[in-house]
Design a protein. Structure first.
Length: 59
C-alpha cells in the first residue's frame, strides 16, 4: 500500500495490515458463498416459476 489517502495517513502500518487482513478474510468468505439467487415470490409467498401467464385466466 505505497500510496495512502490522507484519511489513512494517521493509521500505523500495523493497523493498516490488520485492516487489510480482515478485508481479505471477508472477501474470501464472500467468494465462498457465491451468488445466491432466490426465486421471485408472488404476493402470497409462492415461488414464481419462469413460465408465462395463462392468457385465458382472469387478471
Amino acid at each position: 500500500m505505497a500510496d495512502r489517502c490522507c484519511k489513512c495517513s494517521n493509521l500505523s502500518p500495523d493497523q493498516l495490515d490488520r485492516i487489510e487482513a480482515k478485508l481479505d478474510a471477508l472477501l474470501d468468505a464472500l467468494a465462498e458463498d457465491g451468488p445466491q439467487e432466490e426465486p421471485a415470490l408472488d404476493l402470497d409467498g409462492n415461488a414464481i416459476l419462469g413460465r408465462e401467464r395463462d392468457q385465458g385466466a382472469e387478471l
